[in-house]
Design a protein around this ligand. Structure first.
Ligand code: 17E
Ligand code: FE2
Length: 420
């Protein structure tokens, strides 16, 4: 075998993982010797982290041309609109690739990025299409044609979307709550479905990213999805208005979402920063109903959304940080609920991105991580380093963990018998 990982924790048991020709060929005790051997030393082997929602064209631009002082989505869009005028292909490529290195170093091997196409030059898209090719040995990148300033409300918006899909964008995006009127928002969803069908692409729409409980584009997206037979191919990102819906309406909506096999993405970092900004105390949290959606069988992933951009000033591109914030924000501190938060940054997002290579199983691609923890829960609690990041059987990233000492004695922040 080309690579053997020894003594890794898989589904709660210690085992070996054997790799040949970029595939996982065996999970179990392996007697032969491998070309390369790694001792996982009892640490957790996990399928890699997946970021299903980020804006790589905007990463690392925080403060340029100015900081977001109101903290609203709207000021973020204004600042980005100014920054967008200065974009060059090199600028976009350098920032996106830097963020991708941060991501891979911390165990992310698949990313879905929205790229703003409300720009007649489509320079960001051109840059990101090149990046996708250039990083393909590091990360599986999907590109969403994202109309940040609207499909109907931005001059020539529909045409720009079409051009983006012709150039090779993988997924059709949208932003109905930002369109000038409710009618324009509805019209934009009709256009999204018709483009998706024409180009045979999946859909991932920024939708109802507001605290306005009257923002109900999600129900229309779900209804269109069912009518057009697009079940399972549609993702609704943000849906923060759902936080403010009345329970009777939310209950009815969940039924429609299930019929549509709708995927939902919450973005805990951006959601807690951007929502609630028009409230006085008590201030709403503004994240969609993650726990309730998951418990009713609807697929939910967590996205990073921003890394140091006009919408969210912090972030180091770590999905365990996202899971940590998301589970705290969503009252998901029950034992099983913490594990659900781990799924939201791994397999749930692989499912919505329809990554057929994904999974720590025999026959799947040998793309997985060894985390510096014994369990998923401890990985979140400790925000563990990814000791080894393996893609298609090759070690693409390594991290030496911090060692803590007090009075010359090693300190291990783990409790025997707990979360092992
Ligand atoms: N654009 C948008 O419409 N919403 C967001 N949360 C970000 C960009 C980050
Ligand atoms: Fe976003």
């Amino acid at each position: 075998m080309d690579l053997i990982v020894r003594n890794a924790k898989v589904n709660g048991k210690l085992t070996d993982i054997g790799v040949k020709d970029g595939k996982i060929v065996k999970i179990g005790k392996i007697d032969e010797k491998g070309e390369v051997e790694i001792d996982a030393n009892g640490r957790l082997a996990s399928p890699p982290f997946v970021d299903p929602h980020v804006h790589l064209d905007a990463v690392l631009t925080v403060g340029d041309p100015r900081y977001n002082m109101s903290g609203t989505l709207w000021e973020g869009i204004e600042i980005w609109s100014e920054r967008k005028k200065k974009l060059s292909k090199e600028d976009v490529k350098e920032r996106a690739k830097e963020a991708i290195r941060w991501a891979v170093a911390q165990g992310i091997l698949a990313i879905r990025t929205h790229v703003d196409v409300c720009d007649p030059s489509l320079v960001a898209l051109e840059a990101m299409l090149e990046v996708k090719e250039e990083v393909k040995d590091l990360v599986d990148l999907q590109i969403v044609a994202f109309p940040q300033e609207g499909i109907v409300s931005f001059p020539n918006g529909e045409n720009l979307m079409r051009r983006a899909l012709e150039m090779g964008a993988d997924v059709v995006g949208g932003i109905p709550h930002y369109e000038f009127s409710r009618e324009d928002g509805i019209k934009s969803i009709d256009i999204i479905l018709s483009l998706a069908k024409e180009f045979d692409r999946d859909i991932d729409v920024h939708i109802d990213e507001t605290d306005d409980d009257q923002s109900r584009f999600l129900e229309y997206l779900a209804s269109k999805t069912i009518k057009e037979g697009y079940q399972g191919r549609v993702t609704a990102s943000h849906t923060t208005a759902m936080h403010s819906y009345n329970n009777a309406y939310a209950y009815k909506l969940f039924g429609v979402l299930k019929k549509a096999k709708m995927n939902i993405i919450a973005n805990p970092l951006d959601n807690i920063a951007l929502q609630g900004r028009f409230d006085n105390y008590p201030i709403r949290r503004g994240m969609t109903r993650v726990k309730e959606l998951l418990k009713s069988g609807i697929n939910v992933g967590f996205g990073h959304d921003s890394v140091m951009d006009p919408w969210y000033p912090l972030g180091r591109y770590n999905m365990l940080q996202v899971a940590f914030v998301g589970l705290n924000l969503g009252h998901m501190t029950g034992y099983e609920e913490i594990k659900m938060a781990f799924d939201a940054v791994t397999k749930n997002s692989a499912k919505l991105m329809r990554l057929d290579w994904y999974g720590l199983e025999e026959g799947k691609d040998a793309s997985f991580v060894i985390l510096n923890a014994k369990s998923e829960i401890d990985a979140i609690r400790l925000m563990s380093e990814a000791l080894y990041v393996i893609k298609n059987g090759k070690v693409v990233a390594k991290t030496k963990p911090a060692e803590y000492e007090v009075n010359g004695k090693k300190v291990r922040m783990e409790v025997k018998g707990v979360y092992e």
